[in-house]
Ligand binder design. Structure first.
Ligand SMILES: [Mg+2]
Ligand SMILES: [Zn+2]
Length: 221
């Protein structure tokens, strides 16, 4: 049996959420009520993220990139995890509700550009405009922005063991489609427990590698 991995970026590959960290640092007027509306599900993630970035002037682009690159931390073991998936020929897809202009520079050392699915950005206007190359298919009505379940349906062949790695609310719909979930955040762990989804808690990516290595013979059977 084949395996396929779908791994979140913010809060999973990086230790904290970069959108929140950008908003807190640059503190554009009006971003906080928008964040609260997303969390209370008054507005969709796509609408809310679009509105939050529209509060930031496009001229801040380079400063924001520099801020993320200098402050965001990559979770321990991520590089070895990427190498492991290459050695074992397991397709690894990075599925992120983050934005290309800060996700790509962070992932650059790992050469994952062709395995990345995230939102886009347009700096031609006065304020930052987010673009959405991976919107929901006809089976999802969440208005996700970057729709993880749609990407899973598109990429995973029916027989493959689907592994989802994530931490929070944007991973929930993907986790429901997974055969196994690796969880590194309380929100997703609680939901997995509640919904009886098969999951393993991890802190370092080497725990994920160890598990994949130990269970690979079982999977092949
Ligand atoms: Mg996340
Ligand atoms: Zn969706």
């Amino acid at each position: 049996m084949q395996r396929i991995i779908f791994c979140d970026f913010d809060g999973t590959i990086t230790k904290s959420d970069n959108i929140i960290s950008i908003m807190q640092h640059f503190d554009p007027p009006g971003w906080e009520p928008i964040k609260d509306q997303i969390l209370s599900r008054e507005i969709s993630i796509r609408e809310g993220v679009g509105k939050m970035f529209a509060t930031l002037p496009s001229s801040l682009k380079d400063e924001i990139i520099q801020y993320v690159v200098e402050t965001a931390e990559i979770r321990e073991g991520f590089g070895d995890f990427v190498s492991y998936t290459r050695k074992e020929n397991v397709p690894l897809n990075i599925v992120s509700g983050g934005i290309d202009f800060f996700v790509k520079p962070m992932l650059k050392p790992y050469d994952l550009e062709n395995q990345l699915y995230c939102n886009g950005s347009d700096f031609s206007g006065n304020t930052i405009q987010i673009t959405w190359p991976h919107t929901c298919d006809d089976q999802c009505s969440n208005d996700c922005g970057c729709c993880k379940p749609s990407i899973i349906r598109e990429l995973a062949d029916g027989n493959a063991q689907k592994i989802v790695i994530g931490d929070s609310v944007t991973d929930l719909e993907a986790a429901k489609l997974a055969d196994l979930v690796f969880v590194c955040g309380d929100y997703l762990e609680e939901k997995c427990r509640e919904l009886n989804l098969p999951y393993k808690r991890f802190t370092h990516f080497d725990e994920v590698v160890n598990y994949l290595e130990q269970s690979k013979e079982v999977v092949r059977r």
